[in-house]
Design a binder for this molecule. Structure first.
Ligand code: ADP
Length: 269
């Protein structure tokens, strides 16, 4: 009964948000946080009137503070809740990384404690502006965090679903299928998937190299499993650099490979 009370409270708190989107990946290192970060930046940069929130519920390995360039910020708690960190006028970030003194602590946290912090994140963050988008970055795989999150969002009408991130490698695609099963089980709609690191374009001769050449994800994931391909993101040193330095990819379009813009445009559409 207490739990149900929490679900209602969270649904009420998050009800002004127009769209809640959950970013997932079957494996670590496929670029999930990169996609979550740059998607939030892309939307906020191209739509100044759109308020975007990015929430990182990866308790054991929060990387959003770094990819957003706000690593050493502190979170303040006031009567109206935890204030997120504003990266831009219309882009706010909240991550477990801001709260953890030492990440080593979190690694040994068990389910109930993780559950507690996710509940607080959903219920107690004061986004201040009415958000158009809340993008939630989750840990790789399907863990306690995913179950908690989906449970707590049970009564929210504005959860649009999950976006999966994968590389073309067969092993990553296999893990996406596991995630799809999870989503079906917990009745979380799947918006589609992003194929990251799909191609590397030689900076000298512009030849396209398919580094992770394996069965096309379009064939395995879209045709066979009916999950929509939302966009393809190339391997580009600029993407790695912007995440390492916590910068936006979109402030200087001139240096940006058109494929990157296209991928985010496709994803956004
Ligand atoms: P995940 O969240 O899935 O664990 P990350 O987003 O942290 O993965 O990405 C892993 C590493 O790969 C990071 O260093 C990131 O900057 C880099 N990376 C991700 N996508 C690309 C890409 N398309 N091109 C170049 N580097 C990338």
């Amino acid at each position: 009964k207490d739990a149900e009370q929490d679900y209602y409270e969270i649904a009420r708190k998050l009800s002004p948000i127009k769209h809640i989107i959950i970013i997932m990946s079957g494996k670590g290192g496929v670029g999930k946080s990169t996609v979550a970060t740059q998607l939030a930046r892309f939307i906020a940069f191209n739509n100044p009137k759109c308020n975007v929130g990015l929430l990182d519920v990866d308790i054991c390995g929060p990387s959003i503070p770094k990819t957003m360039g706000v690593e050493n910020e502190e979170i303040f708690n006031s009567a109206s809740g935890w204030s997120p960190i504003f990266v831009d006028d219309n882009l706010a970030v909240m991550s477990c990384g801001f709260l953890l003194e030492s990440l080593d602590d979190a690694v040994i946290w068990r389910g109930p404690r993780k559950n507690g912090i996710i509940k607080q994140f959903l219920r107690d963050v004061d986004w201040s502006e009415q958000l158009d988008y809340l993008i939630i970055d989750t840990p790789p795989g399907t863990s306690d965090e995913h179950l908690s999150l989906v449970n707590y969002l049970k009564f929210c009408q504005n959860v649009r679903g999950a976006i999966m991130v994968t590389t073309p490698q067969e092993i990553a695609q296999m893990d996406v299928r596991k995630q799809v099963e999870f989503c079906h089980k917990v009745k979380l709609p799947i918006i589609g998937y992003v194929e990251n690191m799909s191609v590397f374009v030689c900076p000298k001769c512009s030849k396209e190299n398919y580094i992770f050449k394996s069965k096309s994800t379009k064939f395995t994931l879209e045709d066979k499993y009916g999950i929509k391909l939302l966009g393809r993101l190339p391997i580009d040193p600029l993407i790695g650099k912007s995440c390492d330095e916590g910068k936006s990819l979109f402030t200087d379009d001139k240096v940006l490979d058109n494929r990157i813009l296209q991928a985010f445009q496709d994803l956004w559409d």
